[in-house]
Design a protein around this ligand. Structure first.
Ligand code: ATP
Ligand code: MG
Length: 353
């Protein structure tokens, strides 16, 4: 069977380091592994509109931002198809057919959607489109017959929903759709990177992000103001490493060679953590080290982003070509789906003269 990746991001802002460790870094590795026949990376503007209907300009402005972030981290248009969701009308058509295979109770049970509704104060006024976005996400995934979906942990319920739809569709209409597998980051710290404010998830909507395109000074200021262990008041106090965002970021970003380069008095992260737990190691020192690590990680990304920023015409061409490719693939799948459902009236004999 063909090995295919589909994944994407909502154009609701520039991409941040949570996206990077949760999904982007893995995507680039998978892209360069050569193990995949096709890779589709989608800018999910239609999904972003489900909770930004009054602000289409926000979504529009961020299409280029996300595309630049993609190219900046090393997604390569020669190897990956970058496209915009709403330019592929086959996706909403598939969504409509899938909606009939899911109950209202089932969409209301989705834990990620539930917490997002709470976060957006939607309780009494949930847009139908928002409640149903997991179904449209199933359409995105299955339209490309994706076998692998590299995403962060918050996407687990979406993948579960997608698999249920695939099974129901295949059982009802015959074997047509492919069940995808979720690919989560193997590094636990990357599953759900917390915000610089210590909140459980770094998220564009919460304003607690370090962006891939932040300038060095912004990165430094954000890191130096980061939430740490609130009980670690004096340097000599014992500190807590577990759940401490500064150490979670180090777990997510630090490579052994950074100790040789920036903090040679420690042999590695374990020794640094032990010292913090024991007491005698101040937050400022750890934050300075984290800043050096993050600057080293983000510098090449920022430089590549600036290079692409000077070639916006090429970026537009890349997206346009990607949309054409995506439409063709999704069109083939839609043909299979309509045939399986026997609603391909002009081909199946129903209406042939
Ligand atoms: P929004 O607030 O608009 O929902 P977001 O920051 O949650 O934005 P998405 O576009 O919804 O970003 O998510 C894109 C991808 O990044 C998904 O695969 C998601 O799992 C992953 N992701 C988002 N935030 C994090 C995080 N803090 N840690 C790890 N992965 C994340
Ligand atoms: Mg999100």
């Amino acid at each position: 069977m063909k090995q295919v990746i589909l994944t994407g991001d909502r154009p609701t802002g520039r991409l941040h380091v949570g996206h990077y460790v949760g999904s982007l870094r893995e995507r680039v590795e998978l892209q360069n592994s050569g193990k995949y026949d096709d890779i589709y990376i989608m800018i999910a503007d239609a999904q972003a509109l489900t909770d930004n209907a009054e602000h289409p300009e926000k979504v529009r402005q961020n299409i280029l931002n996300v595309a630049l972030d993609y190219l900046a981290v090393g997604l390569d248009p020669e190897k990956s198809t970058l496209f915009i969701q709403s330019m592929v009308p086959q996706l909403p058509e598939l969504t409509v057919y899938y909606m009939n295979l899911v109950t209202v109770a089932r969409v209301q049970r989705n834990p990620t959607v539930k917490s997002e509704i709470q976060m957006r104060n939607f309780e009494a006024s949930i847009p139908v489109g928002f409640l149903c976005y997991p179904i449209s996400q199933a359409a995105d995934i299955t339209a490309f017959k994706a076998t692998a979906v590299p995403v962060g942990e918050d996407q687990l319920p979406m993948l579960e929903q997608c698999k249920e739809i695939v099974r129901k569709f295949n059982a009802t209409y015959g074997e047509t759709l492919v069940e995808p597998e979720i690919i989560l980051p193997s590094n636990k710290a990357c599953l759900r990177l917390p915000g610089i404010d210590g909140k459980a998830k770094m998220s564009k909507s919460l304003g607690n992000c370090i962006y891939l395109s932040d300038e060095p000074e912004e990165i430094r200021e954000k890191i130096m103001s980061m939430y740490t262990d609130p009980n670690h008041l004096r340097v000599q106090d014992p500190g807590q490493v577990e759940g401490n965002p500064v150490f979670i970021y180090l777990d997510a970003f630090c490579r052994p060679e950074y100790f040789d380069e920036f903090l040679p008095e420690y042999s590695g992260l374990d020794e640094l953590k032990d010292h913090y737990r024991r007491g005698g190691l101040g937050d400022v020192k750890v934050k300075r080290f984290l800043n050096s690590v993050m600057q080293a990680e983000l510098e090449p990304i920022r430089t590549r982003r600036k290079m692409w920023q000077g070639r916006l015409g090429d970026v537009a061409e890349i997206l346009k070509a990607g949309c054409d490719t995506a439409r063709a693939t999704a069109g083939d799948t839609l043909g299979d789906v309509r045939r399986a459902m026997q609603i391909d009236y002009f081909e199946n004999g129903t209406l042939t003269i």
